[in-house]
Write a protein that binds this ligand. Structure first.
Ligand SMILES: [Zn+2]
Length: 654
């Protein structure tokens, strides 16, 4: 058995966020699952580094596109280990080996007459970096970028995608698993019901130089999507000249791609037709997931509610973050992230259900069987069989669901057994059995059965929460590596007489107090009135090693000049003033300055505010930001401002 799973290569125009992290966690989980099933499995991710937007961002940052790509690509590469994401290959489209493959494929298709030169005028969206069809526009705007595309006329090279339209329709229709879930398959088929246009695959160097040159015309570079999609093959050592080698032979036939729904069309239409033209078999399956909304609103850089993976790891641990993502989202549908939702799931599922089952069982081992694994029971009664059957069935159900990418249902199957085991404790009341020496064999049977259930539960969890599973096995002295074939049935693995002991708990409870810390519009602030989610017990290892703030960190703070246009005291508060400021839009900020300033004094003042804090309610008033002020040792306070004449409200402070 073999498996090859990929994430899209992430475009280096943005730092890693929750959306990227989810895709990568899904691919990593699937990869671990396949290994658990005994497959030889390969997992590839990486970064997509050419194109208009990268060139523009590099210019803005006053560095070369390559230096810019190096920097952001490095952020992705460095981020993944914190989430226990372990790809076998991290590919970059600026790698020489990749560029070589792209050049060869272009030449081959050009020689075969599948790439032609022609004039084209069309509607070009800068954001999408492609021509849009009239039909894709909503009220004349690109639906993804809310901008009217520009009319652009130029000569370009085109891939004759239309030639393969009928083949693609037939292929999708006769392979129901090719695009999943089915809603996306239907979407693609609906799109293909209209005539397919040829794909413009070049950009004139007068407009863009940051790309792979066309081998047959050095006045053009390659369109970024044509370049990017080929990573799935170049990462396997594919060679269009027929010298592809072992990795390609082994893994391409089982290739599966995971993507978010915004890049469905390139993956479901461009890519299979490119493969067909190249004479390469289509990938096996395309798995399409939905979007993460943040507190019910779309995650966006301009709103400033971007969730950073490293903050999630810091708050909830890698396993906690992974569990939440996979349990909360039904693969294919949109889902919502909030700190509250994570804390609720963590506390109810991990701290309560699983954590309690584990610590209760370990406490009973310590108390009733001298801290050692008892011998396997010789007899079983009906509720023992029930538990055993449920545990066996859990493994089957888990495998089916994982194969279908129904991660939340796979986890639900595990949690059914966890709750059954918790019930098993209550029904058997080991503390009662312990009172009667004659019931010692029954007591040992109950404890053995619980330990065995926990051992089996850790197996499926390994793919989702590798650290937790490893910890459970370490405590139970289960030998690695995790393997469903040899360890996935009841009995025969635990060694009786082995001493087992748990120090602390698997999942210390999380406390929740107010605002979303992992939502990155709330930079850390020691003295603000904003709430934080805090751990009661020890924090997971810090992901940021020192207290120095990087420039990138600093840039996340939206500091702005604001004009105070109105101010009033807040009833029942000695300390707080309600300010109305313009920055440049009007907003309300509650500031703890009433002991130092009267409302009349502050109106008309220009101050500096932190504009991207999450809204927080203070004495019943929603505050949308924070006013900066300085305080001396004697407790005198002065509001911040900018020197010199009047700066327009809303100006950035940096
Ligand atoms: Zn667009």
């Amino acid at each position: 058995m073999k498996s090859y799973i990929t994430t899209p290569i992430f475009y280096v125009n943005a730092q890693p966020h929750l959306g990227h992290a989810y895709t990568a966690v899904v691919a990593d989980t699937y990869n671990r699952f396949k290994k658990l099933c005994g497959s030889e499995s390969r997992f590839q991710t990486g970064t997509d580094e050419h194109g208009d937007k990268i060139a523009a961002a590099a210019t803005d940052n006053d560095i070369t596109p390559q230096a810019y790509a190096d920097k952001i690509s490095g952020m992705f590469r460095d981020c993944w280990p914190h989430l226990l994401i372990e790809p076998d290959n991290f590919i970059r489209t600026t790698d020489d080996a990749h560029k070589k493959v792209v050049g060869k494929v272009l030449q081959k298709l050009y020689d075969a007459g599948d790439i032609v030169f022609s004039d084209y005028s069309g509607l070009y969206c800068q954001g999408c970096e492609r021509f849009l069809t009239e039909k894709e526009l909503v009220d004349g705007l690109c639906p993804d970028h809310q901008k009217a595309p520009e009319e652009v006329t130029e000569s370009n090279y085109f891939f004759k995608m239309s030639k393969y339209q009928d083949w693609l329709i037939r292929y999708i229709e006769s392979n129901p698993e090719f695009i999943t879930p089915a809603r996306y398959r239907n979407e693609v088929l609906a799109f293909l019901a209209e005539p397919l246009e040829d794909l413009c695959i070049s950009r004139p160097i007068s407009r863009l130089t940051w790309g792979i040159p066309l081998p047959f015309d050095n006045n053009f570079v390659t369109y970024v999507w044509f370049d990017a999609l080929l990573n799935y093959l170049s990462g396997l050592g594919y060679d269009p000249d027929g010298e592809s080698g072992e990795l390609f032979e082994k893994f391409w036939p089982v290739a599966e791609h995971v993507i978010a729904k915004d890049i469905l069309k390139p993956h479901a239409i461009f890519w299979p037709t490119m493969l067909k033209a190249m004479g390469v078999a289509p990938y096996r399956r395309l798995h399409v997931h939905g979007y993460w909304n943040i507190n019910e609103t779309k995650m966006s850089k301009s709103i400033g509610n971007v969730v950073r993976p490293l903050d999630m790891v810091e708050e909830y641990g890698a396993d906690g973050a992974r569990y939440f993502m996979l349990r909360e989202m039904s693969f294919g549908l949109d889902s919502s992230f909030s700190s509250e939702a994570v804390v609720n799931r963590y506390n109810s599922d991990l701290a309560n259900d699983l954590g309690n089952l584990f610590s209760r069982t370990m406490a009973m081992v310590k108390k009733f069987t001298d801290g050692v694994v008892p011998a396997p029971p010789l007899e079983k009664n009906e509720i023992d069989s029930q538990l055993q059957d449920a545990a066996d069935e859990m493994i089957q159900e888990y495998c089916r669901r994982m194969d279908d990418f129904a991660f939340h249902q796979a986890l639900r199957a595990v949690w059914e057994v966890i709750s059954l085991a918790n019930k098993y404790i209550v029904e058997n009341a080991p503390w009662e059995l312990a009172k009667d020496a004659a019931k010692r064999p029954r007591l040992e049977a109950v404890i053995y059965n619980l330990l065995e259930t926990l051992r089996l539960i850790a197996l499926p969890l390994h793919a989702i929460m590798p650290q937790t599973a490893a910890k459970m096995w370490e405590i139970l002295h289960v030998p690695g590596p995790a393997d469903l074939k040899t360890q996935g049935q009841w009995g025969g693995v635990l060694v009786s007489g082995t001493s087992v002991q748990l120090d602390g708990s698997l999942f210390p409870r999380l406390e929740k107090k107010g605002a979303d810390k992992a939502v990155k519009n709330s930079p850390k602030q020691e003295k603000s009135a904003q709430g934080k989610v805090k751990k009661t017990a020890k924090k997971p290892a810090k992901t940021v090693e020192n207290s120095a703030v990087t420039f990138a960190d600093f840039q996340r703070y939206d500091l702005r000049v604001a004009n105070i246009v109105a101010a009033e005291k807040i009833k029942k508060s000695e300390r707080l003033l309600k300010l109305t400021v313009e920055a440049p839009e009007q907003r309300t900020i509650v500031a703890g300055i009433a002991e130092y300033y009267s409302p009349e004094e502050v109106v008309g003042k220009q101050v500096i505010i932190v504009a991207n804090l999450p809204p927080a309610k203070l004495m019943g008033v929603v505050s949308q930001g924070m006013v900066l002020a300085a305080k001396d040792a004697d407790g005198h306070l002065a509001l911040s401002t900018v020197s010199g004449g009047v700066i327009p409200a809303g100006s950035k402070v940096a």
